[in-house]
Structure formats: C-alpha cells, structure tokens
Design a protein around this ligand. Structure first.
Ligand SMILES: [Zn+2]
Length: 468
C-alpha cells in the first residue's frame, strides 16, 4: 500500500536557520562505526563492522562537560582509541600520545559528548504551504524519502548530533539506519520506529482529509493504523518484523494532522497497554506522542517510556510521571516554529488554530515538569523544521529558565538512557567516542551548541573546522 512519506503535511516556509547554522562544510566526511554492542539489538538490526577503525586520537587541553551534570573541568587530555574513550587525564596532566596517534590541541575549548536527538523525522522536510505538503504526500515514495533522509542525516551529524531516534516515518529510515551503520552514507546512529502506530482517523493516520481511495483504500496495521488491543498488538509485531528498534504511538491528536482535536485522547488505555506489553516482550520501548492531559495520563499509566511533546500537564500527571520515571521529551522549538507558521498564514486553518492553542501550554508544562523533577530527554521534531538546526531546542529551553546544564544532560546522558544506549552520552573511559567541540561556553550561551567546530563519531573525525 502506498502511503505518504511525510508526517508534516502542512508547514510554513522555513524560518532561516541561525546565521551560523550549519557553518561551513567540514573538511572530510568519514564512514561511521557500527551501533555499539550494548544496543538491545533486534536480530535484524545492522551491526556491520566499522568500515575503518580510526587511528588513536589525543585531544589536548579540553574543557570537558562530560554529560553527567558535573561541573566543567578545564585542562583535560582525552585519548580515543578503537572508537572508544580510552583514557582521560587528571586535571592539567598531559597524556602521552601512543605511536601512530594524531594529536589535536583544543586550546581550552569546550568538549561535550556527541548530542542525541530523541525525536526526529529524517525522511520529512519542512513544506512551504499546506498544499505543497499534500502534493508531496501523494507523490513521494519511500525511495524519495530515503534520499532526502540521507541528506538530512548528513546535516544532522555535522550539527553535532551523533545519535537520533526517528519516531515515525516509513521504511525509508530503516534503510537509512542500515546504510549509515554500513558506512554507505554519513549520518547519526539511528534508532527507528518505522511507521507510527495509532487509530483510524487519528494523528498517525496520514490519510485524514484525503480522498478515501487515494492510497488504494484505508490504511491498516501494516502502516501503523489499528483499532482495538488485538490489532494494535499486530501493528507492533509488524513494525518489529520490519526492523523497528522502538515503537511510536499517537496517544492524542496533533497539530499538523487534519480534523482531530489536538488534545483529544486517541487510544484507549487497554489499547496502549497492549502496545506496551507487546513491545516489552520484544525488548522495545514505547514513545507516545501526546498533547492533552488525559491522553498523557493514560499513556503513562499504560507504561510508555516517554511522552513526546507533553503539552498540557497537570500536577497529578507530573507527579505520576515522576513516580513512574517516565521521560518527557519536550519539543518547545517546534512549537514556536508552528506558531510562527500559523501567524504567517502558512498552515491550514485547522492546524493554525491548534498551533496557537498548544504551543504556549507546552512551554508552561515543561517548566513545571522540570521543576517537579520529571526526567527530560532532548528532542526536536526535526523534519517539521530544518534538519541540522537540531540545536535550537537548547535555545528554546534555556530561554524558559531551564538551566543549560540540565538541557545538556537531557541531550546526552538522559537521551542515551531513554534510547537504551548504556555506553553513550557521557565522557567516560570505555564509552563510545562520540564527541563535539564548540567555541564559547554553552552554559552561558545556548547558541554555542549551534556552532560545532569538531564532530567525532566513534573515534572518527567527521567534521573538522579546527584544523587550518
Ligand atoms: Zn514528531
């Protein structure tokens, strides 16, 4: 069955990325190493060997923000070997470069773990208008989405995001995940959900508002549309059969879907429990798109691992999320993006009204949830806005008063934890050597993270704007 490839049906013209994002092209792009062995890998996930093991790399004089939330430590030497962090010097201790190692002096610049975006749509791109989105939806194939995705993956990697979780798309992103793992194209390490799963006529049903026969008939479980616990189980099994690393559901309506209330609950608790049960049996986590309070509450009770957006949170739901350890993946920047698109008259009237309604609530909710101690993981919804500008969520969250260190932890240690990647997201001996170097202090200037000078993935330099 055909199905539109883009989740974002109706979008405004792109707000220009900040003038510095992304900066110049890097000197070289190198193939990336395989997924780390600690990924709870389904049998069909690609774990191909690295195409090339990087020579040891000694980074000198780094100011390290290690991703754990600890205060920055200046003057550290870090040795990378075999794709991992092999040694971290004590304060102002100079490590000895092993034979064959390359040495790079960071001159006191800030070194962070490679950034992780827990909410992307690599096959999707911003559209200039609702009409353009619909036209693309009915004409774009998975092959088109995969090729777009390759360019988007490259932009994401060069922006310092070395790992992403693609929560909803087609089978294009699965192919992209495997091509990147095999070193065929550059890009971040990807965990994919394949198709999002939701009810007939809900936010995940991309055929809303279209002629009923346009894709050859109503969509079914094969593309994630299912009703009732049994069918939802089948939909989960099918996405896993197709190589899903994570399951994405739509627990409520959404902004860019047509004809559904943005906060309306869309799956019953019994349906979501069936999803979580089936996913858990297969070792997969569940991410729930959810804007309205009731849908969020029921998704958390059903046992989902993360609430995406989480726009309208009340105190009881915040307390429940804290108690259950459910992650919130706020997406404040995309809320602001669709608000601006609505103001510019570039969304459908339905989506424009929903964007205006929900974005301010999202900002209030994340502040309350953070204050209450709900765990945050960093996510952007990139694809609705431009890939490669994933760092804009740092700016949006810190502008709300959330401490920069907490946002950095959300994009490193916490995101790795949510993705189940236990040796990623921190600068620690033995961890995967995914690293980013920026100019300036990201604790004082969130925009600093929009300007990576050096990006290292599995010990290999994939962007180098430091070396003359
Ligand atoms: Zn999304």
């Amino acid at each position: 069955m055909l199905r539109r490839s883009l989740l974002a049906a109706a979008l405004a013209s792109c707000a220009p990325a900040t003038s510095t994002t992304p900066p110049q092209e890097p000197a070289a792009l190198c193939p990336v190493a395989p997924l780390p062995a600690t990924v709870p890998a389904p049998s069909n996930m690609s774990l191909a060997p690295a195409s090339a093991i990087a020579a040891p790399l000694l980074l000198r004089n780094a100011r390290v923000i290690d991703g754990s939330g600890a205060a920055p430590r200046p003057g550290l030497d870090i040795l990378l070997s075999d794709g991992r962090i092999a040694q971290i010097g004590r304060d102002n201790e100079r490590l000895t470069a092993p034979a064959g190692a390359r040495t790079l002096d960071l001159a006191g610049r800030t070194l962070l773990p490679g950034l992780i975006d827990a909410h992307t749509h690599l096959g999707a791109e911003p559209q200039q208008s609702h009409a353009e989105g619909v036209a693309l939806a009915v004409s774009s194939s998975d092959a088109d989405a995969a090729l777009r995705g390759a360019a988007n993956a490259r932009a994401t990697l060069l922006a310092g995001f070395t790992t992403v979780r693609n929560v909803g798309g087609t089978l294009a992103e699965r192919s992209l995940r495997d091509a990147i793992a095999h070193g065929v194209v550059p890009g971040p390490r990807i965990l994919v959900a394949n198709y999002s799963i939701g009810m007939t006529g809900g936010h995940c049903d991309d055929t809303n508002g279209l002629r009923p026969d346009v894709f050859g008939g109503p969509p079914d479980f094969r593309v994630g549309i299912a009703d009732g616990p049994d069918e939802l189980r089948k939909a989960v099994r099918h996405q896993i059969k197709l190589g899903a690393d994570v399951i994405k559901i739509c627990a409520t309506g959404g902004v860019l879907s047509q004809g559904d209330g943005v906060g309306a609950p869309q799956l019953s608790r019994a349906e979501m429990q069936a999803v979580v049960d089936e996913a858990t049996r297969a070792g997969r986590k569940v991410a729930a798109h959810a804007h309205g309070t009731l849908g969020i509450h029921e998704a958390v009770l059903a046992g989902v691992h993360s609430i995406e957006h989480g726009s309208v949170l009340d105190d009881a739901t915040i307390a429940l999320m804290k108690r259950r350890g459910t992650y919130l993946v706020p997406t404040v920047a995309v809320g602001q993006y669709v608000e601006a698109a609505a103001t510019a008259g570039k969304l459908s009237p339905d989506s424009a009204a929903k964007a205006r309604e929900i974005a301010p609530r999202m900002r209030e909710s994340v502040v309350k949830a953070h204050k209450a101690g709900v765990k945050l993981a960093y996510g952007t919804d990139a694809g609705v806005f431009e890939h490669g500008s994933n760092a804009r969520e740092f700016v949006s969250l810190t502008a709300l008063g959330i401490p920069a260190m907490d946002v950095i932890v959300a994009a490193t240690r916490n995101a790795a934890d949510l993705l189940g990647l236990r040796d990623l997201g921190q600068i620690k001996v033995g961890f995967i050597a995914d690293l980013v170097v920026v100019d300036g202090d990201p604790l004082l200037d969130a925009h600093a993270l929009e300007r990576p000078l050096l990006v290292i993935q599995s010990g290999t330099i994939v962007r180098d704007d430091l070396t003359p």
